[in-house]
Design a protein around this ligand. Structure first.
Ligand SMILES: Nc1ncnc2c1ncn2[C@@H]1O[C@H](COP(=O)(O)OP(=O)(O)OP(=O)(O)O)[C@@H](O)[C@H]1O
Ligand SMILES: [Mg+2]
Length: 315
């Protein structure tokens, strides 16, 4: 049996009602990445996948987990290990209000519906990056690798792909002759990777409503098309103030590309920000939130000003 057959067998154990095909995508938790981690024992995998792999191999999982770890296997395999999560310059979100329904819907898109390309869009300061951090934290366990990169200040496509390829395991050594996007697609196919690209408007022409790229950055269009249209087991979350022109075309072409526009925060969440910023509670809060479009960035700025100038009294 080659590896793919084991992955099909493990998927059948977990979800017997579905038809599993060679090459995936496989059941949740079953992938080349978790299979590799299971075989080498170098990093933990979720119990569900562990038991399924043991079952298809006829191994007694209870006895295996009772055994002390083999120090040699950990040491040897650690030499080939890539860090499964590289958060790049993603911000640490210490407090976050509202957006629970949005988070659940987006989680469902990624985990259950296996959407390959999710565009998170909205005006500056509305909370796209913060929401994406929370979303990526929620779904991280479903992926073998997570890589977060910001395209601000403009990051060229070759540099981005070179960084991504460094973070991901390669089956063959990177070949200078091969198209870099094709090399990346291979990785996205063989492992379940979550890529998050923030500030995507940086590679678009300023103020371009048509989502056209800056000169020299047109290659991003090809990357989005391939991630949206090709069969693989990974997901790209693209964050931006404006959608690149491919997004709406791809949404019409495939079920596996979706976009979500963020609106202002609901009343209660906006009040949460004002409260956290030390404003004293009062009826004028709702007017203040409305005036600033329920935009968390502006609410934070204005509440800091109110606190300094009026000792926390917004009236
Ligand atoms: N739901 C929330 N609860 C509390 N704070 C929030 C929430 N959403 C965003 N914020 C805060 O508001 C500020 C702006 O949010 P964020 O940086 O995510 O906006 P953005 O849409 O990514 O903006 P830009 O397009 O400029 O990158 C940040 O300080 C963030 O932590
Ligand atoms: Mg942002």
């Amino acid at each position: 049996m080659d590896d793919s057959r084991w992955l099909i067998a493990a998927s059948q154990v977990l979800e017997p009602a579905r038809n599993w095909e060679e090459g995936g995508p496989f059941a949740v938790g079953i992938s080349d990445g978790t299979w590799g981690r299971f075989r080498t024992g170098k990093k933990p995998i979720k119990e569900r996948a562990f038991k399924a792999y043991c079952q298809v191999l006829g191994l007694p999982w209870k006895e295996i987990i009772a055994r002390p770890p083999n120090p040699n296997s950990i040491q040897n395999s650690a030499l080939n290990t890539k860090d499964p999560a590289d958060w790049g310059d993603a911000p640490d979100i210490s407090y976050f209000y509202g957006r629970t329904a949005e988070l659940s819907a987006l989680e469902q898109w990624i985990v259950t519906e296996r959407i390959r390309l999710v565009a998170l869009l909205g005006v500056g300061g509305i909370g796209k990056t913060a929401l994406a951090v929370k979303l990526a934290q929620r779904v991280e366990e479903e992926f073998d690798y997570l890589i977060w990169r910001s395209l601000r200040p403009t990051l060229s496509l070759p540099n981005l792909i070179a960084e991504l390829l460094q973070c991901l395991p390669q089956q063959d050594s990177p070949d200078r002759q091969t198209d870099p996007i094709a090399q990346l697609m291979k990785c996205l196919h063989s492992a379940r990777c979550l890529l998050v690209l923030d500030a995507a408007e940086s590679v678009l022409q300023e103020g371009s409503l048509a989502g056209c790229y800056r000169e020299g950055y047109e290659g991003y269009g090809e990357l989005l098309r391939r991630i949206g249209l090709e069969r693989h087991q990974s997901c790209l979350i693209l964050i931006g103030q404006e959608p690149p022109r491919e997004i709406s075309l791809l949404e019409q072409e495939t079920e596996c590309v979706r976009s979500h526009f963020l609106k202002g925060l609901p009343d209660e969440a906006a009040r949460g920000i004002l409260r956290a910023k030390g404003l004293s509670e009062e009826p004028s809060w709702d007017d203040l939130s409305e005036r600033y479009g329920y935009n968390p960035f502006y609410l934070k700025i204005v509440s800091a000003t109110v606190r300094e100038m009026f000792a926390g009294n917004a009236g």
